[in-house]
Design a protein around this ligand. Structure first.
Ligand code: PBG
Length: 331
């Protein structure tokens, strides 16, 4: 690096005009970087608000096409589907996860038909379907890895068969990527991609999401025996490496903002398609401050998403995807 000194070098020179600032910009956020997570509920013609995520709603299946229309028009490449399963369909084994007519599969069939060119991301984990709120089934008080794998395998298969393009296992069971890849290939679903939640931390930032799904109040204990300790970074690299070896096409770090150091290390170490999830709590924290007039939503949204790009993300899952796409289209 050539280092000049004041007064020959004035760092402010390149910042003088908007056009130079554009010329020297190192990272650029684009609509191509955005994945929009949406919540689906049972019923008809109903939209319900998520109290801890102002501006975010759950929609019934008959409204799902209309709900994503603007996102599609704006050019958002992919949408991630999350089901808010009614309590009466939850049980200890997460049976509803493998029902080929569950909310995710039904939404996927509808959206694939109406918008064949939009990528659909399907979350694979049992927590939207278990009455105890854990991502796997419980045996002897422990979230049992290998029993859960058998269910996740089936869950991934029915989603892929319903048109989900990217299977996104968010459960943090060991070996799940390999098991899912093998199952997909056996069925000839060789184009179905896997985006693994590779480095997923046991974070307090998921609380609003659990409210959205109704999985929080019933959650027994915490998820520390499968999600990662926020103190660790080397461990994240091992998780990513294992998922890549098992066949992950894309890897994700989650949450986003407090973990951008992990994104940078993953990108530098592996150079693979790397994503991060700006999770519900990050959205809530920004939106909450904006609602009080303390921050400017448009500005902090673009600034934080640009931060993800700077850290090395190829894309970002964010509840602000449509807002961001609108702002980027206006520029
Ligand atoms: C669960 C899952 C979670 C999120 C996505 N998938 C929550 C959890 O692990 O408890 C969180 C997303 C968010 O907070 O926005 N498999």
């Amino acid at each position: 690096m050539t280092v000049g000194r004041y007064p020959n070098t004035r760092m402010r020179r390149n910042r003088t005009d908007a056009w130079t600032r554009r010329l020297v910009a190192e990272n650029k956020l684009s609509v191509d970087d955005l994945i929009w997570p949406i919540f689906i509920i049972e019923g008809h013609n109903t939209t319900t608000e998520v109290a801890s995520m102002p501006g975010v709603v759950r929609v019934t299946l008959d409204l799902v096409e209309k709900h994503v229309e603007e996102a599609v028009k704006l050019g958002i490449p992919a949408i991630a589907l999350f089901p808010a399963t009614p309590m009466e369909k939850k049980d200890a084994e997460g049976t509803e996860a493998t029902n080929a007519n569950n909310l995710i599969c039904s939404a996927s069939r509808i959206l694939k038909k109406s918008f064949p060119d939009v990528g659909l991301v399907g979350d694979v984990a049992l927590d939207p379907y278990t009455d105890h709120g854990h991502d796997g089934v419980i045996r002897d008080g422990y979230v049992a890895n290998d029993v859960t794998l058998k269910i996740l395998r089936q869950q991934a298969l029915i989603q892929a068969e319903a048109g989900i393009d990217i299977i996104a296992p968010s459960d943090m069971m060991d070996g799940r990527v390999g098991v899912i890849r093998e199952a997909l290939d056996e069925q000839g679903l060789i184009h179905t991609r896997i985006m693994s939640y590779a480095a997923k931390y046991a974070s307090a930032f998921y609380a609003p999401f659990r409210e959205a799904l109704g999985s929080g109040s019933s959650l027994k204990g915490d998820k520390k025996t499968y999600q990662m300790d926020p103190a660790n970074t080397d461990e994240a690299l091992r998780e990513v490496e294992l998922d890549l070896l098992e066949g992950a096409d894309m890897v994700m770090v989650k949450p986003g903002l407090p973990y951008l150091d992990i994104v940078r290390r993953v990108k530098d170490a592996f150079g693979v398609p790397t994503y991060a999830y700006q999770v519900s709590g990050e959205y809530a924290m920004l939106k909450g401050a904006c609602e009080r007039g303390w921050l400017d939503w448009d500005k902090v949204l673009i600034e934080t998403l640009t931060g993800f790009k700077r850290a090395g993300c190829d894309g970002i899952l964010t509840y602000g995807a449509v807002d961001a796409a609108r702002l980027l289209a206006k520029k």
